[in-house]
Every structure is written in structure tokens, then in C-alpha cells.
Design a protein around this ligand. Structure first.
Ligand SMILES: [Zn+2]
Length: 382
């Protein structure tokens, strides 16, 4: 699996610059797997064609050893994505290992869909090779080495399952990305992503029904992950598309809350109470932006009527220009300490501001546009 935003993970080590993170779902599934393997050891050994009690190592040792090996296999799967991605010019931000594979977060995707598809294919290909190698080892290792036979069989099967599952043509699985790479030349990036995400959601519902039917909690958990992941992918593609189509000037708020530099902290605090705004830009008499002040900062100042707001404001703030693409401005906003990004002209005069709500507004506008187009039978899409 690749991309998407997943909270609840910890950095375990770094590969060069890239942090490799561990997601709680893997922490959950590893002990579960260790337990299941230990618990059903005799059956697993039988499946591997070995008589019960043939292995030197006991069920508990095997449970832990296989769970840890699985983690390493997932790591190899993910690093294959990274290797092909970096080769294709992608910028990898982090790798998160979780159940069903993992997530490679990218700040820049490969430019061409074909490389996007190949990057997605790399993970299942690695799992497939590991799987086939395991099965081959199981076949050709003599019966005198039952532990090697057993480990090779089990890891081979798990890797083959991992490859097959990730090749399902649905987001957020790797197959979804491959499907999108195929559909993109025909449908465009956004609709191709939405198509693959829709398949993902349908698949998740089927998995959930199946999980309920057989009473398998793990299947239900997987269904929830697939459903949520599919939604994240679709939304991300929509946002990516919107940020490329608009400039800052087209979508900025033209009347952000401002205070003049001569105001005192007490005056600004009074305005905060009446307006409910939490962040103000401080501007000079000629309209030049001087800084910004937050409600939380003001309430930390003793209520002395004479304190000028300029002594407590944050300055200088990062700024955007109106003709800048929304994509870069939003990246600056995400990295800034102030919640709104001021938009200024060449002379530093405040023209407007960008807040985090801009994307949600754009998305709503786009949905409205679509519904209207559907009603009147017209499509207006880039
Ligand atoms: Zn993958």
C-alpha cells in the first residue's frame, strides 16, 4: 500500500533521510499472528507437509520468529516501492509499516502515470518473489531440515497472500494505483482515482459482510482500513487537482480580520471577544503587513491598556503573492506557526489571507458544480 495519511505511528529508524515508522495496526497484528501461529502450530506443520513435533523449535518460538520475519517482509515490500519511486523522481517523506503492507508517503509523486504504476507494482512484485522463493525452498529442502522447511513454507505463503491482496485493483491497495495508472490517460487523474477508490469501498463492504458472516474480527478490521484508506486517496487526488488549478488570488479571503498597529492589546482583546476571530493581522496606516497576533498570545499579556499590539505580535510572517499557485502557498501555510497565510502585493501591502478552510470550500464548490452539471447534463471538468 502507498500514500495516505495515517496517525498513530512511531519512528523506529531512519533510512538516510527517510524515517521508517511503525503503525499500531502492525503492533496489533504481530502478537495476534504470533499467537495464531503458536496456537495452530500442529495444523500449520501439517499444511507444510511435516509430521507434528517434527520441528526442533517449539510453537511459541516459531510464533514470534514468524511474526518478526513478516515484519521484515513488509519492510522489503515497502522499500521496493521506495527504490522504484526514488528512481522515477518521487520524493519520499516517510515509510510507515502497517498490516497489509505499509504506506509510503510522498511529497512528490512520479511525474508520469506509467512510473506511478511501476512504483506501485514494485511492492507486490517483491512480495511475490519472496513468496515464490519461500515455496521453492520448502519444496527443495530435504526433510532432514524440518525447521527450514516449515519457515520457508509459512513465509512463502504469507508473502504470496500479501502480493495477491495488494494486487486487488482497488484503493488503497497497490493494485488501485496500478488501475489508476491504466485509467488515467482516459479518465484524467481525479476520476481515475475516484474510480479505483470506489472499487476499494465496495470491496471493503464485501469484506465486512464476509467478516461478519464468518465471525472474523481481523477481516472486519481490514475492511475498516480499506474503506477509510479509499476515502483518503480520493480526497487527496481531488485536493491535489484543485491546488494545481487555482492561484492564491482566486481563492483568498479578501477581508481577513486586521488591527491597526496603533491598537493596544486591550483593544484587540475586546475585538476578539465581540468578533470571535482568533487571529488578526497587524497592518500599518499605509496598509503594509507588520505581523500577526493570536488570541492565545493576548490573553497571556497582563491586561494593561497601554501595551501596544506591535510588542506582542509575531513578525515577520511568511507570505504569499496573489499569482502564486495554491499548491506552494498551502505547503507554506502547513509549515507556518501562524494559522493563516497573509497574501501581500509587491510593496508588502496586505491583500487577503489563506486559511486551512480554503480546501474544504473549494471541494464543496466543486461538488456543487458537479451536481449542477449532472442536473443540466453538462460536464465542466479540467
Ligand atoms: Zn505496497
Amino acid at each position: 500500500m502507498m500514500s495516505g495519511m495515517f496517525r498513530g505511528s512511531w519512528t523506529i529508524f531512519r533510512l538516510g533521510r527517510i524515517p521508517v515508522r511503525l503503525h499500531w495496526s502492525l503492533l496489533l497484528i504481530l502478537p495476534y499472528l504470533a499467537f495464531v501461529i503458536g496456537d495452530q502450530f500442529a495444523a500449520a506443520a501439517r499444511m507444510a507437509g511435516l509430521p507434528a513435533r517434527a520441528t526442533v523449535l517449539g510453537p511459541c518460538v516459531w510464533g514470534v520468529a514468524l511474526a518478526v520475519s513478516l515484519f521484515l517482509c513488509v519492510l522489503l515490500h515497502e522499500l521496493s516501492h521506495v527504490a522504484v519511486g526514488v528512481h522515477a523522481g518521487a520524493e519520499v517523506q516517510s515509510v510507515t509499516l502497517m498490516m497489509l503492507g505499509g504506506v509510503t508517503q510522498m511529497t512528490r509523486m512520479p511525474a508520469r502515470p506509467v512510473w506511478d504504476g511501476l512504483m506501485a507494482l514494485a511492492g507486490p512484485a517483491a512480495s511475490g518473489v519472496l513468496g515464490l522463493a519461500g515455496v521453492a525452498l520448502w519444496r527443495f529442502v530435504p526433510a532432514a531440515l524440518p525447521d527450514v522447511k516449515f519457515g520457508a513454507f509459512y513465509l512463502g505463503e504469507i508473502n504470496l497472500a500479501l502480493a495477491a491482496f495488494n494486487l486487488l485493483p482497488a484503493f488503497p491497495m497497490d493494485g488501485g494505483r496500478i488501475l489508476r495508472a491504466i485509467l488515467q490517460p482516459v479518465l484524467g487523474r481525479v476520476r481515475a482515482t475516484e474510480g479505483a477508490a470506489l472499487v476499494g469501498k465496495i470491496l471493503a463492504v464485501l469484506l465486512a459482510i464476509g467478516g461478519l458472516y464468518v465471525g472474523n474480527i481481523l477481516l472486519l478490521l481490514i475492511a475498516v482500513f480499506v474503506f477509510a484508506g479509499a476515502g483518503v486517496e480520493a480526497r487527496q487526488a481531488q485536493i491535489e487537482d484543485l491546488t494545481r488549478r487555482f492561484t492564491v488570488g482566486q481563492v483568498m479571503d479578501r477581508h481577513p480580520p486586521i488591527v491597526e498597529s496603533v491598537a493596544t492589546t486591550a483593544e484587540v482583546a475586546a475585538r476578539i471577544r465581540t468578533s470571535g476571530d482568533g487571529a488578526f493581522f497587524v497592518v500599518a496606516a499605509d496598509g503594509r503587513l507588520l505581523g500577526g497576533v493570536l488570541a492565545t498570545q493576548l490573553f497571556a499579556v497582563p491586561d494593561e491598556t497601554g501595551t501596544p499590539v506591535t510588542t506582542v505580535m509575531q513578525a515577520p510572517l511568511p507570505t504569499a503573492t496573489p499569482d502564486e499557485p495554491l499548491e506552494t502557498a498551502l505547503r507554506d501555510l502547513a509549515g507556518a506557526r501562524f494559522p493563516r497565510l497573509p497574501v501581500v502585493d509587491g510593496d508588502g501591502r496586505l491583500l487577503g489571507a489563506l486559511g486551512p478552510e480554503v480546501l474544504e470550500n473549494l471541494r464543496r464548490g466543486r461538488d456543487l458544480e458537479r451536481r449542477r452539471a449532472a442536473l443540466f447534463g453538462r460536464r465542466r471538468e479540467a
